[in-house]
Design a protein around this ligand. Structure first.
Ligand code: SAM
Length: 371
């Protein structure tokens, strides 16, 4: 059948695009050699040179074709190279160390025009949302996950504070999570990866397990042996994928949940009432700790690592209620800004009568032996 004039022009144009000759994508070891790139140990840089493994990380992130991909800490571009092979619409790199400029520009030139953008700076203060067009936005409660992915192999010293910061952004649906339930695929020191996925009663169950799992489905995709990196780190590396949940398991704001969970785990091997007690100033500690357990229905002699998510949810709800009734309690911080002395000087007088009234309650379940 004969082509219409318009269709013929369209076909000619697309043939022209297809025939643009891009330079071949160099191997990562060629790039490292060509630009004499060395990992700086003091900056915890470890390069992943094995293309099978960089490909496996990218595969763990899901279908990147025609999507928007943020890569944090690309270094010389090993993972970047594997991302390029998946033909995303856009790749956005965020790297702190400008020594990698030549290698990353080389990769940029091997992509179709305007596919790869490089930003130099600290990922901890990077706002990802302004770079993506509105068409990629999805309703949070829709089944559809937006065609946006965040991945990276960062230094261990950055990955834990970064995931806490991003979990907070997931909780408030800010930064790139204003576009919907954007998944993350990141590397962690194996021990941290195990904590992130640990179930109640498992040895690795920690604050990080609760904070991550109440907001996301968390998957430990696979482990990369330390020997795969140059230079070799002292530990193996876990690749972890996070997919934000439609509904968090604890319906309270991030900082309140973080405070309750942190204090509960602050005495990990003790009965949970010991850690929970540190949420309250000494002056009123006994009474409010009893109040927390009365309202939440949680058994005081459970250990923090045994607590199920719904028990943490009940503790957070009880703490939120108590703070609503006695607002100055929320300013109290056991070991930080506003510990006992400061809190007492600001609020103590208001609680004097309260303490006198409650002072007959001195012991927590006196019959209970404390471990
Ligand atoms: N992704 C590369 C790979 O797998 O071979 C490099 C990994 S290396 C462990 C970590 C990279 O993150 C380095 O390139 C380092 O310069 C970069 N980096 C470290 N801290 C960063 C930060 N705060 N913001 C952005 N990039 C950072």
């Amino acid at each position: 059948m004969a082509l219409s004039a318009a269709a013929a022009i369209r076909t000619a144009a697309s043939n022209q695009v297809a025939s643009i000759r891009l330079p071949p994508i160099p191997s990562i070891s060629d790039l490292v050699k060509l630009y004499k790139l060395k990992a700086i140990k003091q900056l915890s840089q470890n390069f992943l040179m094995d293309e099978k493994l960089t490909g496996k990380i990218v595969k763990a992130a899901g279908n990147l074709k025609n999507g928007y991909v943020f890569e944090v800490g690309p270094g010389p571009g090993g993972i970047t190279r594997s991302i390029i092979m998946k033909n995303p619409k856009k790749i956005i790199l965020i790297e702190k160390d400008k020594r990698f400029a030549s290698a990353l520009n080389h990769l940029r030139n091997a992509c179709p025009p305007e596919t790869l953008d490089i930003y130099w700076g600290d990922v901890l203060s990077f706002e990802m949302s302004k770079m993506i067009p509105d068409e990629a936005r999805r309703d949070w409660m829709d089944d559809g996950i937006p065609p946006i992915h965040v991945l990276g192999n960062l230094p261990f010293s950055i990955s834990t504070p970064l995931i806490i910061k991003w979990l907070s952004a997931i909780s408030s649906k800010s930064n790139i999570w204003s576009y919907g339930r954007v998944p993350l695929t990141l590397t962690f020191q194996q021990e941290v990866a195990e904590r992130l996925i640990a179930e109640p009663s498992q040895e690795q169950r920690s604050r990080l397990s609760v904070m991550a799992q109440h907001l996301c489905h968390v998957y430990h995709k696979f482990t990369i042996p330390g020997t795969a990196f140059v230079p070799k780190p002292d530990v193996d590396v876990g690749v972890v994928k996070f997919v934000p949940r439609e509904e968090p398991l604890i319906h309270r704001n991030f900082s309140l949940v973080e405070k309750v969970v942190r204090q509960t785990f602050s005495m990990r091997q003790k009965y949970c009432r010991r850690g929970v007690a540190t949420l309250f100033p000494e002056m009123v500690r006994v009474w409010f700790t009893q109040e927390m357990f009365r309202r939440s229905g949680v058994v005081t002699t459970r250990r923090p690592f045994e607590l199920e998510m719904k028990e943490f949810a009940s503790l957070c709800n009880a703490y939120a209620e108590i703070c609503r009734e006695y607002p100055s309690l929320s300013d109290y911080n056991y070991r930080g800004f506003n510990p006992d002395e400061e809190w007492n000087s600001m609020n103590g007088h208001a609680y004097q009568a309260f303490v006198l009234e409650k002072q007959e309650i001195r012991e927590l379940d006196p019959g209970d032996p404390e471990p």
